[in-house]
Ligand binder design. Structure first.
Ligand SMILES: C[S@@+](CC[C@H](N)C(=O)[O-])C[C@H]1O[C@@H](n2cnc3c(N)ncnc32)[C@H](O)[C@@H]1O
Length: 322
């Protein structure tokens, strides 16, 4: 497939971030633009690189047991999802060369997928949070030294610490990687992707069903979609409780999607070191079959835009914690 993301990497400014469309249909919000959210997502994404392994057994009289004041959430989830994607791609004989992650925060799924599926040539992250996009660019595209990062702490994320090490940037990121600072609803690629992931985004959307309907237009013929959801619905992000589905198969039905695989993975994060949250996410692999592209294409062509400009923030209702 073409795999043209529709978003270029601007080498002049050494930036891969493409700003939001001026005629967007949904507000680009930055619910995640605060130090605590950034701390949470940097930890679940990059704790293995950023922080020294905790010293065990140092507490007075304590057993050498995980200590929530020094242990960090490991980035197990994106690692396992990448393995599942590889397994399921092999199962259907797919040699994916193009990949798009929707709502990928600071980019760990892109990083893992690139390592796990060596045939991937084009990588794309679509993420409405500008702050997350900036960090994704730093982490995935640039080898520069990182500034101190906010950390999850007892008091929220008031503390900044120097990182121990940083991940290596993706090889040839300037040619292979695009980061699009938009919501999925406003993103219109010129090409399609062999592999698309949408991980733990549906339960942070006002209408999971509408978001799910946007996914097929990104996908190449017989491409693989990997979706996960811990069903941690909240009224602040999904006010209409009718939308609170309990199974991904309700959104990705057999008449339009061929079942490729299913699993369950823990999805963990810490909002403070007094609150270590472990959710269980359903993960499914699906392949488009009888998808009627006309709906998405119609919707898409109404909003098609050719130019991208600098992004701007719009605000909306209070943000979810996750
Ligand atoms: C709960 S976080 C999950 C982040 C990451 N995928 C993970 O599994 O850790 C939800 C992410 O979805 C993004 N998001 C929310 N609405 C979106 C939309 N309409 N299109 C694309 N991404 C969206 C948020 O900015 C946030 O980064």
């Amino acid at each position: 497939m073409g795999g043209n993301s529709g978003a270029g990497y601007d080498r002049r400014g050494a930036r891969s971030i493409v700003g939001a469309s001026p005629d967007r249909q949904s507000p680009v919000t930055d619910d995640y633009a605060n130090p605590l959210r950034l701390a949470i997502y940097l930890e679940i994404g990059w704790s293995d690189y950023f922080f020294a392994p905790p010293a065990r057994g140092k507490r007075d009289g304590a057993l050498p047991y995980p200590n929530p004041f020094v242990d960090r959430v490991p980035p197990d989830f994106p690692r396992h999802v990448a393995r599942l994607a590889k397994l399921w791609a092999t199962r259907i004989g797919l040699n994916a060369t193009t990949y798009c992650d929707i709502g990928g925060a600071t980019g760990r799924a892109v990083f893992e997928m690139e390592r796990t599926l060596p045939a991937l040539q084009r990588l794309l992250l679509v993420e409405p949070s500008t702050l997350f996009c900036e960090w994704a660019e730093r982490l995935l595209a640039s080898g520069a030294e990182l500034p101190p990062v906010p950390v999850v702490d007892r008091s929220g994320a008031q503390k900044l610490v120097a990182v121990v090490t940083r991940p290596p940037p993706i090889a040839n990121a300037h040619e292979r990687l695009s980061i699009v600072n938009e919501s999925l609803e406003d993103y219109h690629p010129q090409g399609r992707f062999d592999l698309v992931t949408c991980l733990n985004v549906l339960d942070r959307h006002p209408s999971p069903r509408l978001l799910a309907e946007e996914l097929p237009r990104l996908m190449s013929d017989r491409g693989l979609l990997v979706v996960s959801c811990p069903f941690d619905f909240r009224e602040e992000s999904t006010p209409d409780k009718e939308q609170w589905v309990g199974d991904l198969n309700e959104l990705f039905t057999n008449d339009q999607w061929e079942h490729v695989g299913a699993d369950e993975l823990f999805y963990e994060y810490r909002a403070s070191n007094r609150q270590w949250t472990r959710l269980c996410a359903q993960v499914v692999g699906k392949r488009c079959t009888g998808f009627d592209a006309s709906v998405a294409t119609r919707r898409s062509s109404c909003r098609q835009n050719s130019s991208h400009t600098a992004s701007a923030f719009l605000t909306r209702a209070p943000a979810p914690t996750k």
